[in-house]
Design a protein around this ligand. Structure first.
Ligand SMILES: Nc1ncnc2c1ncn2[C@@H]1O[C@H](COP(=O)(O)OP(=O)(O)O)[C@@H](O)[C@H]1O
Ligand code: SF4
Ligand SMILES: [Mg+2]
Length: 430
């Protein structure tokens, strides 16, 4: 889904990003990653496109099982069998990572693009000190001599606010708290000054206070190290506080993407609305509403829109085929048939209105012809009058159709404004 360039509303599928703009650091186009299961290949990531610009934070949000981690692993080319990347392109600094020789890809991993995971204990080696592990990251990429590497490890621990870094370099991972381990992992990720950090649920295993501290640290490091960030989370609250743009993922596809402000204030996809309604602190005094049902299992997607069994707004068209992307605002795209319907109904009414206008003008010109001839033929005049009255009644029928469309449109608007009320706490955070 392309989210970068403002485009007018359209009922046609929007083009995906084919040619990255100059300040685009990472451009993922039509990425498809499948798992070869006994029944055949099934996509965990299906035709996914997005971009990250230099210095930007993109939030990738969705429930567990949506395909977020597989997307991250695909970018790093770390998907293990039975998974494989089946199609698409991943351009990073102008090179397609999917066609790089493995030796060049190893140089990109860690040095240019760093990946940090949810559970630091699994990413850290329990038998080496944290100092040795940070030093190793520098040595692997020839960023320091062995002597310098230890000094640099202390500097990095200081930078990520690990108290008394000079002593902590000699600690083993199990001697540190969860929050401190995550700081060590961030220090390792920063060791080679990458341009892009992918943080996959970096705070999910931490309690709320530590979570806030790690998010503060990520923001601080992003600016100190001039990083771009792909922040993966199931929590829209984290996106609201940290990201510039957001892509909402469901069952392997990006179903809505846009600026954080647009998505939080005017979510267009029923799934995004569901995520917002289940966000603590979103509407103080209102009960949180969980989205009914669960993300479908890989290989068991329902026909049409994958969200249709859980969608409160589904209608006949929704089971026909997966919806294309519709542009619903500047750099705001959504894959949902609701937006096709609104557009086509409005264009039908607009064309009827224009047909009435042209009939009106034809009647006006006949009227003027009658006037110029000054024929005073009463019967002809009365015929023109009756046509005028017929046009008036057609006009009133179009007006009533328009008002019917407006009233069908308004439940969507009303739901939207009740989901995202003007006094909401998250709005105030942007
Ligand atoms: N090794 C694997 N074998 C088979 N299916 C997998 C494997 N890893 C992930 N999947 C499936 O891919 C889908 C996406 O998973 P994942 O990217 O981990 O989701 P998320 O990170 O959004 O929670 C899920 O349906 C998951 O079961
Ligand atoms: S396409 Fe249909 S089922 Fe899917 S989100 Fe939109 S209204 Fe719901
Ligand atoms: Mg995951």
């Amino acid at each position: 889904m392309s989210t970068e360039h403002p485009a007018p509303s359209t009922q046609h599928p929007a083009p995906s990003t084919e040619h990255p703009a100059r300040d685009v650091l990472l451009s993922v186009s039509h990425l498809t990653t499948v798992f070869d299961l006994p029944g055949g290949p099934v996509p965990a990531v299906d035709d996914v496109s997005f971009e990250i610009r230099a210095g930007e934070t993109l939030g990738l949000v969705g429930e567990s099982g949506s395909g977020k981690s597989v997307t991250a692993l695909s970018i790093m080319r770390l998907v293990q069998p039975p998974g494989r990347i089946a199609g698409g392109r991943i351009h990073f600094k102008g090179r397609n990572l999917l066609t790089l020789p493995e030796a060049e890809m190893r140089a990109v991993r860690g040095a240019d693009i760093a990946l940090i995971f949810q559970e630091p204990m699994t990413a850290l080696n329990p038998v080496f000190t944290v100092g040795d592990q940070i030093a190793e990251a520098l040595l692997v990429h020839d960023r320091a001599t062995r002597r310098d590497a230890t000094r640099r490890a202390v500097e990095l621990l200081d930078a990520v606010r690990v108290p008394d870094g000079a002593a902590r370099v000699r600690d083993y991972p199990h001697q540190l708290s969860g929050g401190m381990r995550q700081r060590v992992l961030i220090a390792m990720a920063l060791a080679c000054t990458p341009s892009l950090m992918i943080a996959d649920e970096p705070t999910t295993a931490l309690d709320v206070t530590i979570q806030a501290q790690i998010l503060d640290l990520l923001r601080e490091m992003k600016s100190a190290f001039n990083l771009s960030l792909l922040l993966i989370t199931h929590d829209l609250g984290i996106i609201a506080e940290t990201a510039d743009r957001v892509a909402v993922m469901y069952a392997g596809r990006i179903v809505e993407a846009g600026s954080v402000r647009a998505i939080l204030r005017e979510p267009k996809h029923p799934y995004t609305r569901g995520l917002l309604a289940s966000m603590p602190g979103r509407a103080p005094g209102k009960r949180l509403r969980a989205i009914d049902g669960t993300v479908p299992m890989l290989g068991a997607l329902p026909p049409g829109c994958a969200f249709n069994p859980r969608c409160p707004d589904r209608f006949d068209l929704c089971t026909s085929a997966p919806p294309p992307e519709y542009e619903v605002g500047p750099a705001h795209g959504v894959r949902c048939y609701l937006h096709a319907l609104v557009d086509s109904r409005q264009s039908t009414v607009a064309s009827r209105q224009s047909s009435v206008d042209s009939r009106q003008s034809s009647v006006d010109s006949r009227q003027s012809s009658v006037d110029s001839r000054q024929s005073s033929v009463d019967s002809h005049q009365s015929s023109v009058d009756s046509r005028q009255s017929s046009v008036d009644s057609h006009q009133s029928s179009v007006d009533s159709h328009q008002s019917s469309v407006d009233s069908r449109q308004s439940p969507v608007d009303n739901r939207q404004s009740s989901d995202v009320g003007p006094g909401s706490s998250t709005d105030g955070q942007r």
